[in-house]
Every structure is written in C-alpha cells, then in structure tokens.
Design a protein around this ligand. Structure first.
Ligand code: XMP
Ligand code: MG
Length: 180
C-alpha cells in the first residue's frame, strides 16, 4: 500500500505556543486579578483552552465547558448549532471568557455567547485561535484572535478534526482532500 503524503503544516507547535503566550498576556492584562470563568467550546477548543489556561497568570479561574456541534462529520457548518452547557455553576453572576478553536460563519460563537448571557454571565468575552477569511454570517467580534488565516483551508490538529482524525496532532495542518 503506498504511504499517504504527510499533511501540510499551516501553524506549527512552536508558533502556536508563542501566540498562546502572547494571547494570555493580553487576557491577563484585561482581567487583572479578578476571578473569571474560562469556558472552553468542545470538542475542538479543548486543546487551546487547556494550553491557554496554563499560560494565564491569573489563578482565580474557574474552568467550564460547553459542547457545541454544527458540523456533523462534514467540512462545512450545517448552520444549526446544538449546545449543551456542561456546568452552569461557573456562569451566573460571573465574567466569562469563551475559548473557541476557529471562527468561520460565527454562528457557533454567537450561539455560545448568547447562551452564556442568558445563563446570567455579567460579561462575556471571547478568544478564538483561528479566524477564517470570509464566511461571516453571524454578527460576532471576538476580543482576541490568535491567527487571521490567509487561506480558506479546512484545517485539523490541535483539537480540530477531519472526520474524527488528527485532533491530537500538536500542529495545525491541512489534511488531504480525501482524508477521512
Ligand atoms: P462557525 O461557522 O459556527 O464554525 O463559526 C465554527 C465551528 O466549526 C468548526 N470548524 C472547523 N473544524 N476544521 C475543523 O476541524 C476547520 O477547518 C473548521 N472550520 C470550522 C469548529 O468546530 C468551530 O467550532
Ligand atoms: Mg469538528
């Protein structure tokens, strides 16, 4: 069987680590020593949320997660976002920072921030690691962005999957078209 070519690396692990540290600095500067809830968006945001949480100097952070699904197994958002807030405890009456892997149409982030406000968060900010060019459908404006993607590629790795593969890759890659 011929071996498949390795996926092309778009953002390597060192570049990601450097960017995560500088995002953490900006986020620390914003919150100071105030307690807040870091709300990771599952599943794709789990690696970014874990790295970002450990890069923050603030030690009064509660971790919370929301499960969002809009993709199914395809490569384009279906447009409907299903949400499941996994613990409400850290939301009501608190400042919340949503940590999301990638912004495409913005529907996921829009739905998550809306649900957190409904859940009683007093302030909702957001950080996304990647922002894709174009595609914007929902009116959302993240407070911090890791990388502005210059190419409109489907990416995987660092939490992101292509058909349930590559989530645990340390780099962000462009998987081959036919990869499943
Ligand atoms: P929307 O359109 O709601 O999309 O802003 C954001 C969600 O879609 C997923 N997404 C991707 N997942 N590779 C992935 O593995 C990608 O290139 C990609 N683009 C969008 C992601 O789950 C995100 O939460
Ligand atoms: Mg996915």
């Amino acid at each position: 069987m011929p071996t498949a070519p390795p996926p092309r690396v778009l953002y390597g692990r060192r570049r990601i680590a450097t960017r995560v540290r500088s995002l953490a600095k900006g986020i620390d500067a914003h919150y100071g020593d105030r307690p807040f809830t870091l709300c990771g968006v599952l599943t794709g945001g789990v690696v970014f949320a874990s790295d970002l949480a450990r890069a923050l100097r603030n030690d009064r952070i509660e971790l919370s997660f929301v499960k969002a699904s809009s993709y199914g197994t395809g490569r384009r958002s279906t447009g409907r976002v299903r949400l499941e807030l996994l613990d409400r405890g850290g939301i009501a009456g608190r400042e919340v920072l949503v940590v999301e892997d990638i912004l495409e149409t913005g529907r996921t982030l829009h739905a998550v921030t809306g649900a957190l406000r409904l859940g009683g968060a007093v302030d909702v900010r957001s950080v996304v690691l990647l922002r894709k060019p174009g595609h914007r459908a929902a009116d959302v404006d993240p407070d911090w962005v890791g990388f502005e993607m210059t190419e409109d590629a489907f990416v995987a790795g660092y939490g992101l999957d292509a058909g349930d593969r590559w989530r645990n890759l340390p780099d962000i890659v462009v998987p081959p078209e036919d990869a499943r």
